[in-house]
Write a new protein. Structure first.
Length: 388
């Protein structure tokens, strides 16, 4: 994780020499359950040991925020009462979360903030949710006597994406970043918001991410189109069954999807078809984990990759290639992780195959694309917290 001292020294240097409080909030992985969160389905994420670390201090102004992004060496000052807010994309997360925390009754005024992150950007590990949860945690502590609940911070982070950053995301990323617990994955029912911690220590296996370094950018992207497709299918199903309540695809059956097949676009049908299958796969993984059947977990991961690639169409050539290399190396499970359009694959690998798989993936990927994928070993860490 980012060193506290390196954040502190920049905070002192860039502002008035005083120190503040330091907060951290992690990125996440997701074992299975992709694009199910905004469809009311299940997800299976865990927080990682890579995080956004921010130092924050009240500056006694009415609404002036002085912000420094250490990694970018970029300083932006703005006013919370300015309805337009800052233009710089990273600063919009600070502005957005501050206004969302105000909506929750936290009397946020001016503050100074400097932050740094080791969550890889655009890798599908939710670097933006890590920022939102970290800043929410800090504002709750500095201005709100920590009265805002963890769930409300999750929802404030999601609202920041919707209202200030242009991504109509679900709640998985912010949930994982806030509720994460070292050594545990979490199965979340995104409809009821009930969740369960699953200690995850697969005997004889390990989880590794291969980052293709193809950058994804969800804002204004086909991510929102995918969500619209799903909602469109739900509308059609609901119109056929006025007696029942359909909020998301979670409420729809395979039969009902078939009933509307002819009237929705083929693309929308394929998206919904993936989501219904993915909902079942998450439950299948839970069962398999309970039985210690990692080979079954892996099979389901491969099925998810197929669906994300062919039906949901959020993969890319580089990620399909990494998935193919995993198959050829007898890796137990492999799939694209996160929103898609680039980023990494998550791989469940037997310990004895790890070295050869990684060496083969590096070599072949480099031969084809001119650079090696970045290898990120997964360590499941804790969620948002005050460090000092
Ligand atoms: C992004 C979004 C999440 C979720 C995933 C796909 O990470 O922020 O809400 O939809 O994509 O599972």
């Amino acid at each position: 994780m980012v060193e506290i001292e390196s954040v502190r020294s920049r905070f002192i240097k860039h502002f008035d020499g005083k120190t503040g409080n330091i907060y951290a909030s992690p990125g996440r992985i997701n074992l299975i359950g992709e694009h199910t969160d905004y469809n009311g389905g299940f997800v299976f994420p865990g927080a990682v040991d890579k995080a956004v670390v921010a130092e924050m201090r009240i500056n006694d102004t009415e609404d002036t925020v002085m912000a420094y992004a250490i990694d970018l060496k970029d300083r932006v000052d703005f006013h919370l009462n300015d309805p337009a807010g800052p233009r710089t994309s990273w600063a919009r997360y600070i502005y957005g979360i501050a206004l969302e925390m105000r909506k929750l009754g936290v009397p946020v005024k001016g503050f100074n903030i400097a932050f740094s992150s080791d969550v890889p950007l655009g890798a599908g590990m939710s670097s933006s949710a890590a920022m939102e949860s970290c800043f929410a945690c800090g504002l709750n502590d500095l201005f709100g006597e920590n009265k805002v609940s963890q769930w409300d911070m999750v929802l404030a982070g999601q609202a920041t994406e919707h209202n200030y950053c242009g991504v109509n995301c679900g709640i998985m990323d912010q949930f994982a970043s806030v509720f994460g617990k070292a050594g545990c994955l979490m199965r979340l029912d995104c409809r009821s918001r009930e969740f369960e911690y699953f200690p995850f220590k697969p005997d004889g296996y390990r989880l590794v991410l291969l980052d293709s370094k193809v950058k994804h950018q969800l804002a204004g992207s086909p991510y929102n189109d995918r969500r619209n497709s799903c909602e469109n299918v739900v509308k059609h199903i609901a119109a056929k069954h006025p007696e029942a309540k359909f909020e998301t695809l979670r409420d729809c059956t395979w039969e009902q999807l078939e009933e509307v097949k002819a009237e929705v676009r083929e693309e929308d049908y394929k998206r919904a078809h993936f989501v219904l299958g993915e909902k079942d796969r998450v439950l299948g993984v839970c069962e398999a984990l309970n039985e210690g059947d990692y080979e079954r977990v892996g099979e389901l991961m491969y099925q998810t990759h197929e669906g994300l690639s062919k039906e949901y169409e959020v993969s890319c050539e580089e990620l399909d290639f990494l998935n193919q290399i995993a198959r050829e190396n007898d890796v137990t499970g492999s799939r694209i992780m996160g929103g898609g359009f680039g980023g990494c694959t998550i791989n469940l690998v037997r310990n004895d195959l790890y070295r050869t798989f990684i060496a083969d993936a590096k070599k072949r990927f480099c031969e084809k694309y001119g650079h090696e994928p970045k290898v990120i070993d997964v360590v499941i860490g804790d969620g948002a917290r005050k460090l000092c």
